[in-house]
Write a protein of this length. Sequence first.
Length: 299
Amino acid sequence: MNWRTVLHPACVLAFLVLGVSAIGMRAAIDRYGLHLQKEEIHAPGRRQVSTIPRETPNWEQFGPDQVLDEDTVKTLGTNNFVSRAFRRKGGIEGERPMVIEFHAAYYTGGIDTVPHVPERCMVGGGWRRTKDARTLSLDLDSTTWVKDEAASQSPLGEVYTARTLPSPYSTAPGTRVRLPYSITPDSPIRMRVTEFESPDSNRRLLAGYFFVANGGVASSAEQVRTLAFNLTSDYAYYLKVQLSSATVESGEELALEGASLLSELMPEIMRCVPDWTLVESGEYPEDNPKRTVAGQAED
């Protein structure tokens, strides 16, 4: 080792700066309760998205759930997913049915993969984008929503609750479930929609998606990282919800029909993710560090 080089004043200064910076960063992490490593978190009972009802008052499953081979599941990056087609009930005989492909996939913990979104996966599969992606509103039916006043006191934003499906569709009929924060009757979910054409140009498909992440919603892969990797949170998760259809004529129609389906399914979807209000208050899960801190403060 060349000690003259190591002991050069410039090198010594550089080492000192790096050392002070490391100490300062550690102090900042401790002072502000920052969490660079995220823990896994699941819905109560590790409820899977495959338990989302197969039928609602206005929609019914069309064909079996899609089964993926082992390699595709590995590429997807999670075993907690569902791909299911829904058909609108009451269609006119002889007319093409309205069918929406519903896909949901749950990720948690060390989320270091790029979310699988249609702009990447469809193009990678040989499909061609025919129009630029647009972000459209999903105007869910909010007539039965009720504002959760206590939960809305959180700095995260307003929180509304909605009822799960009635019997016999739901396993917990009529239960009130918290929706993502800041989703209100006047502030709908936003869905990113893209139109694709098959390699042989014989098929056309519109696909849209959004994410539920750490209790909030996002319409892009970039936004979901901001939500799921909030440095003050001990946990990280996101759920991708994707709707696609070859029977709609436009992105607006996909948003309209998707809103009809999600108006009925959204509370059921939220049963498959942690209630973030309880996570932030330390009430869930049982080993939540915030619960320990709250207990120490009471003592």
